[in-house]
Ligand binder design. Structure first.
Ligand code: MN
Length: 331
């Protein structure tokens, strides 16, 4: 791993309004190492406020629990997620824009819970940029990897009609606890307020959910045909009625030729410049209140291609955000 070659930090923009939340957990992925992507990006952000806003929830310090094959490491992940939700909520309550640097994608459910906790009465929309739909539950998952489950947690969507597993009592209890992390009466996310970009690798149980809830996917081909600005615009228009938007960027949304350094590369994804333009366009919308980037695993990427590409995309997004947040009446 040659992280040191990635010294070219271009964005040290004025980011007083940003709070960096690091969620250093890779237990939800099938392969270890996604936590190391955080180190790679954190240098690009220099929050000007109290450094205590830079905090970590470290999955690997929590230790192992009982084997839970249909939601692997759910005990440790539940602890990390409780911390992560607190951090996101308190960052928002301080009037800051949380940028979440995460290891694997499982903990994005905690991000959503944290937003929900800080703004309980607002309608929340989610734009999920990913190769996968991440909407499995312990009842439907073929792998048991929790990075495939965050949206099912946030939406309290067990998808029992598609069940293939019979999870044990511990798994069921913790799964319920995770679904209640947002602290509200109903689910933290309504599936009617979710839209995907670049999703292309789903399983039948997930396809059933997407179909029954009519969750739209802006596919790579549409991005290419209509242009990345139009793709982003389509998402923002779809969420026209929501008050706040969370943008979650899993780097495996990128094409597998770029994206070897992630646990689950899939062909047919976005080119780097497409992802960059989409993110810039989304981050410019004043309703976007939180941005997450995850699943960068430098250990899987001998040439550091993904690391370089991710850093470039991240810097570009930061630049856009800095522009927005420093404009009169920003945040
Ligand atoms: Mn994902």
């Amino acid at each position: 791993m040659a992280l040191s070659v990635l010294g070219q930090i271009t964005s040290t923009a004025h980011l007083a309004a940003v709070g960096l939340v690091e969620v250093d957990c890779d237990l939800g992925a099938g392969t270890a190492g996604a936590g190391s992507g955080i180190e790679l990006l954190r240098g690009a952000v220099q929050p000007e406020q109290d450094p205590s806003a830079r905090v970590s929830a470290r999955g690997w310090e929590v230790g192992a629990g009982t084997a839970t094959p249909h939601a692997r490491h759910i005990q440790a992940i539940t602890q990390v997620m409780a911390d992560a939700a607190d951090l996101v909520a308190s960052t928002l309550q301080q009037g800051l824009f949380p940028i979440v640097l995460a290891g694997d994608h499982s903990t994005a459910a905690a991000t959503i819970a944290g937003i929900r906790r800080a703004h309980p009465s607002d309608r929340l929309g989610v734009i999920w940029i990913d190769a996968h739909a991440d909407i499995h539950s312990p009842f439907t998952t073929p792998s048991g990897n929790m990075h495939g489950m965050p949206l099912a947690i946030a939406a309290a969507h067990d998808n029992l009609p598609e069940a293939i597993n019979d999870p044990d009592t511990i798994t069921r209890q913790l799964w319920r606890q995770l679904q209640e992390l947002g602290g509200c009466q109903g689910p933290a996310l309504d599936l009617g307020d979710l839209i995907y970009i670049a999703v292309r690798d789903t399983e039948p149980a997930e396809d059933a959910t997407l179909a029954s809830h009519a969750i739209p996917v802006v596919r790579t081909e549409q991005v290419r045909r209509d242009g990345p600005d139009a793709a982003a615009r389509r998402c923002l228009d779809y969420l026209a009625a929501v008050d706040r938007i969370y943008v979650s960027f899993d780097v495996d949304a990128l094409d597998s030729t770029i994206c070897k350094g992630t646990g689950t590369p899939v062909p047919g994804g976005l080119w780097a410049d497409e992802a960059e333009t989409i993110l810039r366009c989304l981050l410019d919308d004043p309703r976007v209140c939180c941005w997450e980037i995850c699943e960068i695993n430098p250990h899987l990427d001998t040439l550091n291609t993904l690391a370089e590409v991710s850093l470039k995309i991240f810097n570009s997004g930061l630049e856009q955000l800095a522009e927005r947040l420093t404009a009169p009446g920003g945040v």
